[in-house]
Design a protein around this ligand. Structure first.
Ligand SMILES: [Zn+2]
Length: 391
């Protein structure tokens, strides 16, 4: 019968395309190719919601040439009379829906399909009273029932959870933006964050807390409500949070500076030493360069503890380690010191070691850097602009 159907269809030029379309959209074919148990849960639920396929099987129509006495044709009411019956449009045969989905024992109803109209009533009776069919029929009842209740509720709950979660993340971001603004303000103004007495009844809780309390009541109602809902868990006022925020902002700025230095053509360094509150010697490294916007900038890269090793070699190792990632050999064109005896002048000093390490340099000492170094940089800017124009 399948051969007959296909012969009929292939007679038409467009028939092959029609067959392929039927094959792709035919659920029975999909189930025969990939057993239901291997489908993912979403596809299973979609299929159960869609229900069994009940196509009109025109190929099961009577063939009068084959039988002049009996004239049988496919009756679509069979699908209502037997709730487990389904059909394949593509291969034009009847199948058993529960056995097709859940059957473990192979039969004609879940493998090749049934097409013998002459014996259909008897075959239906035999199959629907079989143990395997009854087992599959009952097994299908639960997933079918649940797919419209529990799964829908779970999905709805999941969507609600996602919406609340995303909304919460958005409000957390907005709240953190306010805290970051406060840190930036205090940092820019070089004000201390902490107070001597930060208790709730203190008259002065320190700059950070006082600024926050003044600021939060001027925020939008949405932010205030969010703050009130989370303040028992997170206020953002603790010293560790303040330090974390400072570290994050610092890391961000350092990364920006590093990117600028990596993109610049030349740079020079200014190195100075100082002592901290505990009398430990610290070395400060400042780098001067021209940005890709032709701006001369000076960036402080940080203090480094050199109290344990103030020798020229120790200082050189420090400078080399800090500037190594910025292509010190090819980009360093000048070094500037503040007159410290270890750092400048002598052949064994840091300056001489840097000279040895790099291919091009210029040396400027205290009180000269603010004028001559700028001349050097401005010349470099002209040189860079000239080179760009040539390119
Ligand atoms: Zn069955």
């Amino acid at each position: 019968m399948l051969l007959y159907v296909e012969q009929e269809l292939t007679a038409n030029v467009e028939a092959s395309e029609v067959i392929e379309e039927f094959k792709i959209t035919d659920v029975v074919i999909m189930l025969l190719e990939t057993p239901f148990r291997r489908w993912n849960s979403d596809s299973k639920n979609d299929l159960l919601k869609m229900g069994k396929p009940i196509p009109i099987l025109s190929a099961l129509a009577p063939d009068k040439k084959l039988s002049k006495v009996f004239c049988r044709s496919f009756n679509p009411n069979l699908y209502q009379q037997h709730s487990w019956l389904c059909g394949s449009h593509y291969i034009q045969k009847l199948f058993g829906w529960p056995c097709l989905l859940l059957g473990k024992i192979k039969s004609v109803w879940n493998t090749v399909g049934y097409y013998d109209l002459k014996n259909l009533s008897r075959s239906i009776q035999i199959h629907q009273t079989s143990k395997e069919h009854i087992h599959n029929h009952l097994g299908l009842k639960n997933p079918e029932k649940n797919c419209f209740t529990i799964l829908d509720v779970v999905n709805e709950h999941g969507n609600l959870f996602k919406k609340n979660y995303n909304d919460n993340v958005r409000l957390n971001h907005l709240f953190m933006e306010h805290l970051i603004d406060l840190v930036l303000f205090l940092g820019k103004q070089e004000l201390a964050f902490r107070g001597h007495d930060e208790s709730s009844d203190s008259l002065n809780k320190g700059n950070f807390r006082e600024l926050f309390e003044m600021h939060i009541i001027r925020c939008s109602q949405e932010i205030q409500n969010h703050y009130n809902s989370i303040k028992n868990i997170f206020t953002g006022m603790s010293k560790s949070i303040q330090n974390d925020l400072i570290s994050c902002i610092s890391e961000f700025l350092i990364n920006q500076i590093k990117n600028e230095i990596k993109q610049c053509k030349f740079y020079s360094i200014q190195i100075d030493d100082t002592t901290d509150i505990s009398q430990k010697t610290q070395c400060s490294i400042i780098i001067r360069y021209v940005t890709d916007k032709s701006e001369l900038v000076e960036r402080f890269l940080g203090f480094h503890n050199v109290s344990e090793d103030r020798t020229a070699q120790g200082l050189f190792n420090l400078v080399n380690s800090v500037l190594h990632e910025f292509d010190i050999e090819n980009k360093l064109v000048g070094q500037c010191y503040d007159g410290a005896c270890v750092m400048s002048g002598h052949l064994t000093g840091l300056q001489a070691r840097v000279k040895e390490a790099i291919s091009q340099y210029a040396v400027y000492h205290k009180n000269m850097r603010s004028t001559k170094m700028d001349v050097v940089y401005r010349n470099n800017i002209k040189l860079i602009k000239y080179n760009i124009s040539i390119i």
